[in-house]
Design a protein around this ligand. Structure first.
Ligand SMILES: Nc1ccn([C@@H]2O[C@H](COP(=O)(O)OP(=O)(O)OP(=O)(O)O)[C@@H](O)[C@H]2O)c(=O)n1
Ligand SMILES: C[C@](O)(CO)[C@H](O)COP(=O)(O)O
Length: 243
């Protein structure tokens, strides 16, 4: 039976660290809400995927969001934490998904993701049984702190990566990992950590460092800059002019 591709977009967060007057996914970048930038890029990369967006039931802004044309988009209520929201998305599609269907999960708060990175992830994992994630090798020296803010140790950065999204796993295994891991009280901050809790070793696929998660107020300016730079590069590529 042909497998399907599902795309779950956790968008039920309240953005407390952003300290804004609304959830951060509705703050504007270049005049458009973050959520529209994210959906637009996901639709470019994965037009054939079945989209599932996890929303806060109290979200007053979603009805006004411009959706990409031509995609299938289901809505589901988010949960207490990000992992709960993703599990709600999996529960919604359970009756229509097969065990081996691919499920990608991408934070709505990552609007600068390059469609080419998403296609690299899909191609890079096509023959994988486990799945994997977009990630970025750490380039700085990493420190761990004492409670008073002083340095307790330098953490060896060899083979240390930043986990990004999308993350891509088979439906059956992701569902099992999240359901059992959350029930067991495991700390699950991304889909890969749930698979690791089950004992699997997901693949790391290198992405670009402009795939930032908009989390704190100063991230907005970086995201705006990255989106403008990507648009300028895209125009330059079209006209063949070197930037
Ligand atoms: N219960 C939750 C919490 C978070 N998210 C989503 O998970 C992604 C990453 O979470 P984060 O950056 O932490 O977003 P918030 O939880 O909104 O931010 P904060 O922790 O500052 O409140 C975001 O796209 C957010 O909308 C979600 O769908 N459901
Ligand atoms: C999933 C994630 O974006 C990978 O880095 C990250 O774990 C989300 O963390 P958050 O605290 O829920 O933003």
């Amino acid at each position: 039976m042909a497998t399907k591709m599902w795309l779950i977009i956790p968008a039920a967060g309240v953005g407390s660290r952003m300290q804004a007057d609304r959830s951060k996914q509705y703050l504007l970048l270049n005049g458009r809400p973050i959520i529209e930038h994210t959906l637009e890029r996901l639709a470019i990369a994965l037009p054939y995927a079945e989209f599932v967006i996890c929303l806060n039931p109290e979200d007053p802004y979603w009805p006004s969001v411009q959706r990409p044309e031509g995609i299938t988009l289901r809505e589901v209520s988010g949960g207490k934490e990000r992992a709960d929201s993703v599990l709600n998305g999996l529960k919604m599609i359970a009756s229509q998904a097969s065990e081996d269907d691919w499920v990608l999960v991408h934070d709505v708060a990552r609007p600068c993701v390059r469609p080419s990175d998403i296609t690299d992830l899909v191609m890079g994992l096509n023959d994988s049984d486990i799945g994997g994630i977009l990630a970025l090798p750490v380039a700085d020296t990493m420190k761990r702190s004492h409670p008073d803010g002083s340095i307790s140790e330098t953490v060896d950065r060899t083979a240390l990566w930043h986990a990004l999204t999308p993350q891509m796993f088979r439906f059956g295994r992701l569902y099992q990992a999240l359901e059992e891991g959350l029930a067991a009280g495991a700390t699950i901050t991304d889909e890969a950590s749930a698979l690791e809790w089950l004992g699997f070793c997901p693949q790391l696929i290198a992405g670009h460092r402009d795939n930032i998660k908009v989390t704190h107020p100063d991230d907005l300016a970086f995201a705006e800059l990255f989106i403008r730079a990507q648009q300028e590069q895209s125009e330059a590529d079209k006209t063949g002019s070197a930037l």
